[in-house]
Design a protein around this ligand. Structure first.
Ligand SMILES: [Fe+2]
Ligand SMILES: [Fe+2]
Length: 235
């Protein structure tokens, strides 16, 4: 006797249960006798979706590809580059958002650079070194966002005339001796971008995992920046 339980395709409604009594039995007198006595039954209690029960669909969980269809789609829109029919977001909106990220990062680079150069006082060396390192990383963020815009078929926007309107953070220039204010301005900016990038990451979700991973990686560095600044502020 071979026991083959029916395994549900997926468990959509965990509160829905059925008792599956599914056996494939090569009947022999001996097995029949055992069944008659009810000793061979096994009760398999399995979570199963209502759709599976009602629809009686194929319950296999196979990964199936229609390679022919995918090949046709790939050839049909070659000019779209890496953006295929499986791209799950509004591409133009993603490009717009990334261009705002570029503007934000460039403004952050300008602010950190200005602070690094102008800072004076006994703590200058340590604070300026931190600002310089952050500035370098902010510019790198801008470049990575720009590369993604280009991959998506958009135009990276570095137009200085529009930077201030599109940036999510402000350019500030405290007095040269006021290192505390510089640190506070930069910490505030980091906290703003962390929140905004988190919103972007959530919005991108599974629709554009490549851009989402880019933003996750940038956000991770912004969190490091915020942590460094807080340390320097003595927080
Ligand atoms: Fe950044
Ligand atoms: Fe940063």
């Amino acid at each position: 006797m071979t026991l083959l339980p029916v395994v549900p395709r997926r468990h959509l409604l965990s509160e829905t249960y059925i008792v599956a009594l599914t056996f494939r039995i090569r009947t022999t007198d001996a097995t029949r006798r055992r069944l008659d006595r009810g000793r061979a039954l096994r009760l398999l209690i399995l979570p199963m979706s209502r759709a599976d029960i009602i629809g009686g669909r194929n319950m296999s969980d196979d990964f199936v590809l229609d390679v022919q269809k995918i090949r046709q789609q790939a050839r049909a829109k070659m000019a779209e580059g890496p953006v295929t029919d499986t791209y799950g977001k509004d591409k133009n909106r993603v490009i717009e958002i990334l261009n705002d990220v570029i503007a934000t990062e460039v403004v952050c680079w300008l602010r950190y650079t200005r602070h690094a150069i102008s800072a004076v006082g006994v703590d200058r060396a340590q604070v300026a070194a931190e600002f310089t390192e952050h500035a370098k990383e902010e510019m790198n963020h801008a470049l990575r966002a720009a590369q993604r815009v280009s991959q998506l078929g958009g135009e990276p926007d570095f137009d200085p005339a529009k930077l201030v309107q599109r940036a999510h953070t402000d350019y500030t220039a405290p007095a040269d001796h006021d290192l505390t204010q510089m640190l506070r301005d930069n910490l505030e900016a980091e906290r703003i971008v962390i929140d905004i990038y988190q919103e972007i990451i959530l919005w991108l979700g599974e629709g554009d995992p490549t851009t989402r991973r880019l933003m996750e990686s940038i956000k991770e560095e912004e969190e490091d920046h915020a942590d460094d600044l807080l340390d320097l502020l003595g927080g």
